[in-house]
Ligand binder design. Structure first.
Ligand SMILES: Nc1ncnc2c1ncn2[C@@H]1O[C@H](COP(=O)(O)OP(=O)(O)OP(=O)(O)O)[C@@H](O)[C@H]1O
Length: 256
């Protein structure tokens, strides 16, 4: 089942002589349970796409459906409810509340939902187990490492069991060890909890944790690369496609 359907999406910023076409007839679909990477050169339209999926921007033309909801048909308060109930966000800056404990931060989206959740404690236990946060639940964000903070942000993003987790350069603030660690947890959430993830990244290593990469260029679909058995081979194919999408010129091996 497609959890995300992007159909003939275009976005034009500005007017008359200042018009910029950020997205140009972009179409693709994401099935439930996929882990998608979105890549493409600077200015390709990745942030614009993410902002439209997050209902922060509206398209000029075209359609987006998430979990069967036509985003265009929602009014502002319905959009807010949709964001709260169906989307999770993990961004580069973690946006944790410093005077709340890790557990309170993770539970915040459930606190904001109107319905009673008899399974709050169970959900907290499950996500903190998946993200290895069990021993840190009583700590405050200021006491944690960057990698731990990003894991708290991810736990907060998935505690509502969103239809789609949107991630924007989620490892951008992490050193390479913490980044690898975090990507393994994301992969585990995807494989064990069946969380559907769409992650924008510039980094081929980060992208290689996804199951499929969609490359966009000049606002349009350019190509896709699907993972086989080996992450290493996937990584090489991502590098090759990056070179193609940028018009060549990627020196892969420096020899003298
Ligand atoms: N609010 C805006 N007003 C005018 N032009 C915009 C606006 N937002 C984006 N653009 C333009 O739309 C195009 C796509 O931008 P976008 O930020 O979506 O690309 P990107 O792929 O995310 O780039 P990067 O990798 O550098 O972050 C660019 O030409 C950009 O200058």
């Amino acid at each position: 089942m497609a959890i995300l359907e992007v159909s003939n999406l275009s976005k034009i910023f500005g007017q008359r002589h200042d018009r910029v076409r950020a997205l140009n007839d972009l179409s693709f679909q994401v099935a439930a349970g996929e882990f998608i990477g979105i890549m493409g050169p600077s200015g390709a339209g990745k942030s614009t796409l993410l902002n439209i999926l997050a209902t922060i921007e509206t398209p000029s033309t075209g359609k987006v459906k998430i979990a069967g909801y036509d985003l265009e048909a929602l009014n502002e308060s319905q959009q807010a409810a949709f964001r709260r109930d169906h989307l999770g966000f993990v961004f580069q800056d973690f946006n944790l509340l410093d005077d709340m404990t890790v557990a309170q931060n993770i539970l915040l989206p459930l606190t904001l939902q109107r319905q009673v959740q008899p399974d709050r404690a169970e959900r907290l236990r499950t996500v903190s187990q998946h993200l290895n946060l069990g021993p840190l639940l009583k700590a405050f964000p200021g006491e944690l490492s960057m990698g731990q903070r990003q894991r708290v942000a991810a736990a907060r993003a998935v505690i509502t069991q969103p239809s789609l987790l949107l991630a924007d350069e989620p490892t951008g603030s992490l050193d390479s060890l913490a980044a690898t660690d975090f990507l393994r947890y994301l992969q585990q959430l995807n494989q064990q909890e069946k969380t559907t993830i769409l992650m924008v990244t510039h980094d081929p290593f980060t992208a290689s944790f996804a199951s499929r990469i969609i490359f966009i260029k000049d606002g349009a679909f350019f190509a896709e690369v699907t993972r086989g058995k080996s992450r290493e081979q996937f990584f090489d194919r991502i590098i090759d496609m990056e070179a193609t999408v940028s018009g060549g010129g990627h020196a892969r091996v420096a020899t003298d």
